[in-house]
Design a protein around this ligand. Structure first.
Ligand SMILES: NC(=O)c1ccc[n+]([C@@H]2O[C@H](COP(=O)([O-])OP(=O)(O)OC[C@H]3O[C@@H](n4cnc5c(N)ncnc54)[C@H](OP(=O)(O)O)[C@@H]3O)[C@@H](O)[C@H]2O)c1
Length: 191
């Protein structure tokens, strides 16, 4: 789901229900560089030491100046820290691969799941809008209930069954409220 038609169309083609192989990640980079039309781009990846973040860091194109930060360097749920860092670094593209992904634990840790997946996403969206950077935030098929036997269209009613899914959906909603130009990639079975 996205409010930016060109990039959104590309990303929806490559993201929905597709496992992120190395090829897909390279296409992710190529697509964004091409469509944003930058010869060189300053990129910030948060959650850079997670499973997806590690792949994105390892496959970064030569023409990108990529800064990867993980929890110990930037807690995305800390609004002040996010504002300070992004104001200082002023990236052109922010990729949010940070998340609280412990699906089972989240059932008894809703506060932290929402702090990271909803408020953390909101903090990034607010600051991306503030400095006019493109935000790409990774979301999940867990926003749906999984009862449908066919692929979900992007505008299908969300119905999360878990705290994790609900917190990710809350993050999506916050992002689109604060930054309608942001891109949200809903994917499944990355790893
Ligand atoms: N893996 C999949 O199959 C899959 C499927 C669908 C969607 N996704 C989505 O893809 C994205 C990346 O998933 P992943 O599998 O790479 O997750 P992951 O391996 O758990 O990586 C998430 C990273 O975010 C960090 N993090 C946690 N809280 C943070 C905070 N407050 N501030 C900054 N960083 C924080 C984690 O650090 P710690 O390890 O220190 O906590 C970890 O390095 C997530 O949005 C997830 O919902 C993943």
């Amino acid at each position: 789901m996205s409010a930016a038609p060109d990039l959104g169309a590309l990303l929806s083609q490559i993201s929905l229900s597709i496992a992120w192989s190395g090829t897909i990640i390279r296409r992710f980079w190529r697509g964004n560089l091409g469509l944003l039309g930058k010869l060189s781009m300053k990129v910030l990846i948060v959650g850079s030491q997670g499973q997806l973040g590690t792949e994105l860091m390892a496959s970064q194109p030569a023409q990108c100046l990529v800064q990867g930060l993980d929890l110990e360097e930037l807690d995305i749920s800390d609004r002040q820290a996010v504002e300070t860092l992004i104001e200082q670094q002023r990236p052109q593209l922010i990729i949010n691969a940070a998340a609280y992904t412990a699906v089972d634990k989240a059932e008894s840790a809703a506060e932290i799941a929402y702090a990271v997946n909803a408020e953390g996403a909101a903090n990034l969206a607010r600051m991306a809008a503030c400095i006019n950077a493109q935000l790409i935030s990774i979301s999940t098929d867990f926003v749906f209930d999984g009862r449908r036997s066919e692929p979900y269209p992007v505008d299908h009613q969300a119905h999360p069954l878990s705290v994790y899914g609900a917190s990710k959906l809350a993050g999506e909603q916050q992002i689109l409220r604060l930054n309608p130009q942001a891109l949200i990639v809903r994917t499944a079975w990355v790893y």
